[in-house]
Design a protein. Sequence first.
Length: 163
Amino acid sequence: MANLLTPQEIMFTNFEPKMSNRFIMYIGGIPAYLIKAAGRPEIGNGKITIDHINTRRYIKGRSEWQDLTITLYDPVVPSAAQAVMEWVRLGHESVTGRNGYADFYKRDLQLKLLDPVGTVVELWDMKGCFLTDANFGSLDYSDDSGNMDISMTIRFDNCVLQY
């Protein structure tokens, strides 16, 4: 017997989409208003191959959170470059060559997606975040756009979508 469609499946239903420009990200030591763009968390699942005679089966292997890329505005004051370098120095001091303890350079991040009136509709908690790359941008006399940006790549241990 065929499944019949319900009117809710056929007719238009109002909904409010989440918009990519409605978010706030909290990173300790970096003001939230300097964050220009950020990715949402991404997870990858490994696979385990089980060989049996002439066939193969697969099961899920280890799960791994992927790197997160964040772009910052870099104003004169407060300097985003200085804020990022302070975070870098907690993990590696370029003057002395010493590295820091994980407890020093790992931070927790929060990503909040907002609805049109500013209510948080999606909350991500990222634990054990640290910088893997910091790109302070390039300079160009012929570029009239004027904005300097900083790109950071962040690695984290765990992530939880609260709601």
